[in-house]
Design a protein around this ligand. Structure first.
Ligand SMILES: NC(=O)c1ccc[n+]([C@@H]2O[C@H](COP(=O)([O-])OP(=O)(O)OC[C@H]3O[C@@H](n4cnc5c(N)ncnc54)[C@H](OP(=O)(O)O)[C@@H]3O)[C@@H](O)[C@H]2O)c1
Length: 199
């Protein structure tokens, strides 16, 4: 399976590396264009390609790994193209190192992302983890690191759950996108290095 990744920073590049290691192909993009990603894809090997956002968005599953303030710029031009696609939303409403507490209680960040691409199937994942827990090995002695998932499309969640399991994280389903608010920055389940024990 080939997965598009929009955003090639800490989270995008790390997930690309884990996906390739797990046998997936990836197509990854950033704001500066494919030429600027040649070193990264060379390190990732033949199952990785540097592409434009439009090309990354052609995949059935697309990881959104850009900063909150760039989500409009990325998603607006891809609105039509992303209809029916599964978007793994790794973003947090976090701007310039300050939690964006201005999101009213009861507003899930991924519902805001979903409103930018109304036809897409959004699954929130990985956002609850600090970068150091995403970049390192999720298989730890005695168990697997947990990432919460949430979404309104059960089939999409199941596909994303399988991908997460392939990466050796343990997915825990919180429920709908609204329920996923609990995992976003500033809320109760964010920033916890939770391990699901093997027994
Ligand atoms: N870092 C964490 O601890 C952490 C943990 C969990 C979730 N998250 C969330 O994950 C997301 C990514 O975080 P990060 O730490 O990986 O950020 P980052 O290192 O700053 O990387 C952001 C990436 O987005 C790309 N980008 C910006 N504008 C773009 C555009 N218009 N089109 C395509 N790509 C664009 C940047 O490309 P250029 O470099 O070419 O501009 C860069 O590759 C954020 O929403 C963050 O809240 C972060």
């Amino acid at each position: 399976m080939k997965i598009g990744i929009i955003g090639a920073g800490t989270i995008g590049a790390s997930l690309a590396e884990k996906l390739v290691r797990a046998g997936y192909k990836v197509e990854i993009s950033n704001s500066r264009g494919p030429d600027s990603l040649q070193n990264l894809v060379a390190q990732l090997g033949p199952n990785a390609a540097a592409v434009t956002n439009e090309e990354a968005a052609c995949n059935e599953v697309v990881i959104l790994a850009v900063r909150w303030e760039n989500t409009d710029q990325v998603l607006t031009p891809l609105r039509q193209q992303l209809t029916g696609k599964i978007i793994i939303d790794t973003t947090n409403p976090f701007i310039q190192n300050k939690w964006l507490f201005t999101l009213p209680k009861g507003v899930a960040a991924s519902e805001i992302i979903a409103s930018k691409v109304p036809g897409a199937r959004i699954v929130k994942a990985f956002n609850n983890l600090l970068a150091k827990w995403i970049t390192t090995d999720p298989e730890v002695p005695g168990g697997l690191r947990v990432t919460f998932i949430s979404g309104d499309d059960e089939q999409a969640k199941s596909i994303v759950g399988k991908i997460i399991t392939d990466l050796k994280f343990a997915p825990i389903d919180l429920g709908t996108l609204k329920d996923g608010e609990l995992s976003q920055a500033g809320r109760a389940l964010a920033g916890i290095n939770l391990i699901q024990l093997n027994e």
